[in-house]
Design a protein. Structure first.
Length: 368
């Protein structure tokens, strides 16, 4: 599997500078020659110089690993503490583990947000104009040293034109489940595994949860099994749809399911966007059967939770939150609380709690 992942990213032996690497370590002295002073003196020339360094090497500026590096990173993640649920919210941060999933789940780079074609980090890096725009952002908005190192470049590319297909933060998953299910060895069902954020977070908890997960995407399933092997957990992962899979004796069901037509993950028939052509069809064919299976398999004191949000995409605005709650209550759940999961904003926008300006998504919690 590591060879398949390396092939996707274009990693060769000469790019590996340790168990955790960017592939640009030998170019750091060249990057350091490009400062705010050199940019002020010759903006376009400086941008072109940095652009050539990146384009000639050709590696997307993310963190890469060897297999031993992955195992070490997963052990390190397990020992990290993050923001927990407090006063009904999870604060910003909790970014540990993101580099692990970004590296393994290469199909995140081929998913399409909002039906507009792929606009992944890799796509932006390979687009000359977007890469140059990201370099300009680094010089104009960053401070200090190492202005155009790979970490800075990756963050700048994420700010360039349009939406990103994102992964659920592993530390947020860990915090939410520890809050919802304070039972050691509890059985936790992830009904839409996705790119492994919840798998990593939940199996890394000191509560020693028993994780059960489903995802019908065959490529994602292979990466989930690989991540599970790297973590060294005994998680049960099934390549099935949640409308077909029937969990048993679960203490907590938590996931962030596909938002109908917000993101296209593959061309497989089992994908929600391909199966259901209208929002009504999606609720009838995906949401209701999934909820019924969870309600049946949930223990009497168990908890069902969903991270979902209203959104805009091709075809208009989609109001799904209220309908999700209404559907759950009709099936036999009671909406008990909403956890605010704070989201990062673009520079200059910012979260301002005192002014009532905050960007967040809800985790909607239900009991039987």
């Amino acid at each position: 599997m590591i060879d398949k992942i390396y092939d996707f990213w274009g990693i060769k032996s000469e790019h590996i500078f340790g168990d955790e690497f960017t592939g640009y370590e030998d170019l750091y002295p060249e990057f350091d020659k490009h400062t705010k002073e050199t940019y002020a003196a010759d903006p376009e020339g400086t941008i072109d110089s940095v652009f050539n360094l990146y384009r000639n090497r050709g590696l997307v500026p993310v963190v890469y690993y060897t297999e031993e590096g992955l195992r070490t990173a997963c052990r390190t993640f397990r020992s990290k503490s993050g923001n927990g649920v407090s006063a009904g919210r999870i604060g910003l941060g909790n970014n540990a583990g993101q580099t692990i999933n970004r590296f393994i789940f290469t199909n995140m780079q081929t998913a399409e947000p909002k039906g507009r074609g792929s606009n992944s980090l890799r796509d932006r890096f390979n687009h000359d104009t977007k890469l140059k725009r990201a370099i300009r952002i680094c010089f104009e908005f960053r401070e200090g040293n190492h202005l155009v190192y790979p970490t800075a470049m990756r963050r700048a590319l994420e700010l360039v034109t349009g939406e990103n297909v994102t992964n659920f933060k592993a530390q947020n998953a860990k915090a939410i489940v520890e809050y919802l299910c304070p039972d050691i060895w509890g059985r936790v069902y992830d009904y839409s595994c996705g790119y492994g954020g919840r798998l990593l977070g939940i199996t890394s908890s000191n509560m020693n949860y028993n994780y059960i997960g489903t995802d019908p995407n065959t490529e994602t399933y292979e990466y989930l099994k690989y991540l599970n092997e790297i973590i060294g957990s005994n998680a049960e992962i099934y390549c099935e749809t949640s409308q077909d899979f029937e969990p048993e004796d679960i203490d907590c069901a938590f996931s962030s399911p596909p938002y109908f037509n917000l993101e296209k993950y593959s061309d497989e028939d089992t994908q929600c966007m391909n199966q259901f052509k209208t929002l009504d069809d999606w609720f009838e064919g995906y949401v209701e059967p999934t909820m019924l299976n969870i309600h049946k398999g949930l223990r009497e004191c168990g908890v069902f939770a969903t991270n979902i949000a209203d959104y805009k995409a091709t075809g208009g605005e989609y109001k799904v939150v209220d309908r999700w709650i209404e559907t759950a209550e009709r099936i036999g759940f009671e909406h008990s609380e909403t956890i605010k999961m704070m989201l990062n904003t673009r520079p200059g926008v910012g979260n301002d709690k005192l002014a009532g300006k905050e960007k967040w998504e809800g985790v909607y919690v239900f009991t039987k």
